[in-house]
Ligand binder design. Structure first.
Ligand SMILES: N[C@@H](CCC(=O)N[C@@H](CS)C(=O)NCC(=O)O)C(=O)O
Length: 214
């Protein structure tokens, strides 16, 4: 199978982490590909042009990190990320949705900075920055309440993939004519979240998927 990714994409990183957790490295070739260009080679594989995109051995195309993770998890018939239909199901799904909401917002926020300065929207940047801080506050409380302490889950992997440092310098893809974009200071006053991410990030699946410096 082939998994098309960009190494900076947090959604792709989640799937790359799942491949490591499931020891599927021999079955899935992680293949970096250019996205967001008029002639991206991904368009002829997946019309959405989004990564992660999985092409199965039978040539079936999957997109969306959640779907791809479920597919890969079930390949060996011994899923480790399956959420059982018991009383823990709704808390687990709720937590995963909250983390995904953080990541979705951060992605919109970060994308603004990849535009030329004169195309950036201060309104979107302000809105997404505020959203990210509200969610980080809520997740700090969730960590303190022990909600991320259970067995390995997609919510945990997503949280670790969503909160790296964002910008590496020098970064030729960013217009810095009006200065460097601000970092998302998600650690400040959030020691529960910060300590949890540091501890969790010692897992090989997180260590081995750190986005490269450009
Ligand atoms: N909901 C999707 C989001 C995937 C996504 O937004 N991928 C971004 C990279 S982080 C992408 O491929 N962007 C390319 C484009 O918009 O053309 C998932 O979970 O996989």
């Amino acid at each position: 199978m082939k998994l098309y990714v960009t190494l900076s994409s947090p959604y792709s990183r989640l799937v790359r982490a799942v491949i490591i957790e499931k020891r599927l490295q021999d079955r899935v070739a992680v293949t970096p590909i250019q996205t967001r260009t008029p002639d991206s080679p991904l368009y002829s594989i997946n019309p959405s042009g989004r990564v992660p995109t999985l092409v199965t051995d039978a040539g079936v195309i999957f997109e969306d990190s959640a779907l791809i993770c479920t597919y890969l998890d079930l390949l060996d018939g011994a899923p480790i990320f399956d959420i059982p239909y018991d009383k823990n199901r709704w808390p687990a799904l709720r937590l995963e949705a909250r983390v995904r909401s953080l990541l979705d917002g951060i992605s919109v926020w970060g994308r603004e900075f990849y535009r030329p300065v004169n195309e950036r929207s201060p309104t979107i940047i302000e809105h997404e920055t505020a959203r990210a801080h509200r969610l980080a506050d809520a997740l700090d409380k969730d960590v303190a309440a022990g909600l991320f302490d259970g067995p390995l889950s997609i919510a945990q992997l997503l949280l670790a993939c969503a909160l790296p440092p964002y910008w590496h310098w020098p970064n030729p893809k960013l217009d810095v004519s009006e200065g460097h974009p601000p970092e998302f200071e998600w650690r400040s006053d959030r020691s529960n979240l910060s300590n949890w991410v540091d501890r969790f990030s010692e897992r090989p699946s997180i260590r081995e998927t750190i986005p490269p410096a450009n």
